[in-house]
Ligand binder design. Sequence first.
Ligand SMILES: C[S@@+](CC[C@H](N)C(=O)[O-])C[C@H]1O[C@@H](n2cnc3c(N)ncnc32)[C@H](O)[C@@H]1O
Length: 283
Amino acid sequence: MNDDARVAGQYEEIGGAYERFKSLPVSRCVEQPSILGLFGDLHGRSVLDLACGTGFYARHARALGASRVLGVDVSEAMLGYARNVEARQAAGIEYLAADAAALPASLGAFDVVTAVFLLNYAADQEQMTAFFRSARRHLAADGVFLAYVMNPDFAFERPWPAKYGLEIAVERRLPDGVQASATADFDPPMTLRGFVPARRVYEAAAAAAGFGALQWVPVRAEGGTDGEFPAGFWDDLLSNPPWTMLRARPAAPDGEALQQGPHGRGRRASASVPSVPAGPSPG
Ligand SMILES: C[S@@+](CC[C@H](N)C(=O)[O-])C[C@H]1O[C@@H](n2cnc3c(N)ncnc32)[C@H](O)[C@@H]1O
């Protein structure tokens, strides 16, 4: 098995054990508040969650008011966990086993397409473009694509404090980025592998797929005020964040991005949209 296949196949072995990562402080205090802030109010919105895994964010999307949620993942083991949760606590979430780069056309158009840690499974430019094309093809004209990814600008060479309980390392250099691993200090430790492509790979994919300019949205940290962590605990992470977020809207026919309210129905804006911090009401 080559390295790319090992990265792609890892979730068949990990399966539901992946949910343990959601209990890590970096997930509870950085990933989850950042992503839920990016999602914002989903009332009445249809959501397609690409790489839904165990359904963690599909369930959150439903809790945030989404009228319909379809979770798609290539791993039967991950979907097995998601379907078990749905069988025990029916939330009306649909799940589909499929490669996010090759979705059936019949799925229709969604108001919001989400991808939490999908784009880090693009081994090259071609696959990244295929992921963005899938998202675009299943997005309403006034919809929004929201993603959480490894930060292309993360400085791997800088010291990374052990206090976060997650070791992040370069495994190999690639022409357009790196392959990296994140190892949680569970007993025994658990490692996830993925690709960290350069920004230009995302930007070229977004443009080729028919999106307007990508917005890079920084993560935020919540925690430390309730006594669980001391003040300033997250400063090291925020000065070299391992993750970042993306927001992309379909390009208007004249090449401008459609600038919307939280998740759609808006006016045209300049294609060059500056990065803005994540907030409870993304716009
Ligand atoms: C780190 S997990 C993230 C799961 C979920 N989004 C979350 O954050 O809880 C990455 C997921 O991407 C899925 N994945 C990787 N490549 C994929 C592809 N080409 N199509 C669909 N899912 C894919 C894996 O099976 C795995 O469930």
